[in-house]
Design a protein around this ligand. Structure first.
Ligand code: ZN
Length: 310
């Protein structure tokens, strides 16, 4: 059985919008399918559709409430994680570990006390921006802005590191990225981003960015959204391997992880339709790099960062 630790999925948002449940559903990730892995760890992100930006905190509360009702309703199979010790406890009880994340600092509504309250509500990772500009920084789609971190964004990062929350730079503008690299003291991650050298789209990372993440002890999570794997054709598992091969060549075998983006897209590579198929990627990595690298990629590298930061 493969270990499994994944830095990003949009399942909570998808399920509430579609009125479906976490134990079993016909989307891309559920408890039943995750039980085919050993001691799985999943980061559940709360992504806000821009239509909710005017009521960002209120909408975030709805998702957080739904997250806890699904976790607590399935408490014999899955447990929320506030600390690394909780992951070890869940492992002993043969439960899935769930981490709660915010995708986009909009949810803070520019208020640092909101960060403290989200921490108390169990949020342990924040993707600083989505694609647009927010109170923390510019997202990657603000191509005319050249904006990096705001003063508030810097304050948020300092407080996140102090509280024990993982800083996530996926979706962040390049200027913002280098601001984070400069001020981060703890490892930061790109939870769901691939290599620009292999697929040149704005959401992927340059080799210099990959190196900076690894130098801080962070990880890059492989994103399964097909257009971020191959821009000119339908991506398949070999395209995923191409990114993994390149990222490992730049950051080494300790800097890569999974960041599936499951339930964030219907456009997955040929051969991947849900979380069950992720083990096919692990098997290909094992064939290419051996079992140790495959285990690090499948779970150990992301767990190391969680252990260091939380
Ligand atoms: Zn995303």
């Amino acid at each position: 059985m493969w270990g499994y630790a994944d830095g990003h999925c949009d399942t909570i948002v998808k399920l509430l919008e579609e009125k479906k449940r976490l134990f079993r559903n016909d989307e891309q990730l559920d408890i039943e399918k995750m039980q085919t892995y050993a001691a799985p760890v999943q980061v559940f992100a709360i992504w806000l559709d821009p239509k909710y930006y005017s009521s960002a905190m209120r909408q975030t509360m709805k998702y957080i409430k739904f997250y806890y009702s699904e976790i607590e309703g399935n408490s014999e199979f899955i447990g929320h994680v506030n600390s690394f010790a909780d992951i070890l406890q869940n492992r002993r009880e043969k439960k899935i570990s769930a981490l709660l994340a915010l995708e986009g600092g909009e949810a803070l509504e520019g208020e640092i006390s909101a960060l403290h309250i989200y921490h108390r509500l169990g949020v342990r990772l924040i993707t600083l921006t989505w694609n647009h500009r927010n109170q923390l920084a510019d997202g990657v789609a603000e191509t005319g802005g050249r904006g990096g971190l705001t003063n508030f964004g810097r304050q948020v990062i300092r407080e996140m590191e102090r509280l024990g929350m993982i800083v996530d730079v996926s979706h962040l503008s390049e200027t913002g990225f280098w601001d984070v690299a400069e001020i981060a003291v703890k490892p930061f991650i790109a939870s769901h981003s691939n290599a620009k050298t292999i697929c040149d789209v704005p959401r992927n990372l340059s080799d210099e960015q990959l190196r900076a993440i690894a130098q801080n002890g962070g990880v890059v999570g492989i994103n399964l959204y097909a257009p971020f794997l191959a821009a000119d054709r339908e991506a398949d598992i070999e395209d995923i391997l191409r990114h993994i091969y390149h990222i490992i060549s730049i950051v080494g075998e300790d800097g890569i992880a999974m960041g599936s983006d499951l339930d964030g897209t219907d456009h997955l590579p040929i051969g991947i339709s849900n979380v069950l198929d992720v083990k096919r990627i692990f098997e290909r990595v094992e064939k290419e790099f051996g079992i140790r690298v495959a285990q690090k990629f499948a779970s150990e590298n992301l767990l190391r960062v969680i252990n260091q930061v939380l």
